[in-house]
Design a protein around this ligand. Structure first.
Ligand SMILES: [Ca+2]
Ligand SMILES: [Ca+2]
Length: 155
């Protein structure tokens, strides 16, 4: 039964993705689609807190990277948009120094890709994570720095 149903499920899923394939229809204007999610990329740089609040206002969360594949796509988007540093990631160690957790659910990060030697909590004041395009890896930075950001929601 499973052997029969699976191809059918994939057929229906791929038909749906064709019908809803256009970003403007699936995600709305100004949003980009990648796999099961919609992404909004900021046109200016913000503090970590302002980035988070903007994403909430848009009915989304800050970008929380789940995989190397997603990160690769985000890296491309950052480069196309000419982001100077990269994007904030929805991860911080404000609750417990040294332990980075996801902002949306306070759980352990499902995926990390820190620059070697990071997170280093430089000067004791770095508590917010960002994707650093220059190194294609992550750094902890000062939460009040202004960095571009991306918001993410389910399609
Ligand atoms: Ca820290
Ligand atoms: Ca750092």
């Amino acid at each position: 039964m499973i052997g029969f149903c699976l191809p059918l499920v994939f057929l229906v899923a791929s038909c749906l993705s064709i019908i809803h394939g256009h970003d403007g229809i699936t995600c709305g204007n100004g949003w980009a689609a990648f796999e099961k999610h919609c992404y909004y990329f900021s046109s200016s740089a913000s503090t970590f807190k302002d980035a988070m609040l903007t994403c909430y206002r848009l009915g989304a969360n800050m970008l929380e990277l789940q995989s190397a594949e997603e990160e690769k796509w985000i890296d491309l988007q950052c480069r196309i948009r000419g982001y100077q540093y990269g994007v904030w990631l929805g991860a911080c160690d404000l609750q417990q120094e040294g332990t980075f957790i996801s902002v949306s659910n306070a759980k352990a990060l499902p995926y990390t890709n820190w620059i070697k030697g990071e997170p280093n909590n430089n000067l004791g004041i770095e508590h917010c994570a960002l994707y650093f395009v220059k190194y294609r890896r992550w750094n902890d930075g000062h939460c009040n720095h202004k960095v571009n950001y991306a918001c993410k929601k389910m399609k």
